[in-house]
Design a protein around this ligand. Sequence first.
Ligand code: ZN
Length: 133
Amino acid sequence: MLKEIKVSSRSRSQMVDITRNVQEIVTESEVKNGVCYIFVPHTTAGITINENADPSVVADILHETDKIVPWEDGYKHIEGNSAAHIKASMMGFSQTVFVENGRLVLGTWQGIYLCEFDGPRTRKVLVKVLAEK
Ligand code: ZN
């Protein structure tokens, strides 16, 4: 079954840790062993996996992506949010995480992040958990 998580951001660029929300869906699915697919159906928000222990890592990622892709740079896209489109593509729009014994298989310091680049707003994250045979 396709499940949905709603994620609200408070600023233009923000990485929101959704690991707990995804784990809840895995738990509710009652899948013990399989894969969890996570997909973001947006063009200016992406998804990534990175450190959730030290919040400075997320701050550094956002700081550096802002430098690499500045908000204003003579872009052609008339909507004025080309930087958000580019940064979302840099992060990508999906992740796959293994499920073992009903738990997401993530490294000790890893978390799953919705990466908002054109907030604040509310986004959808789609999650599907498949069981192995
Ligand atoms: Zn746009």
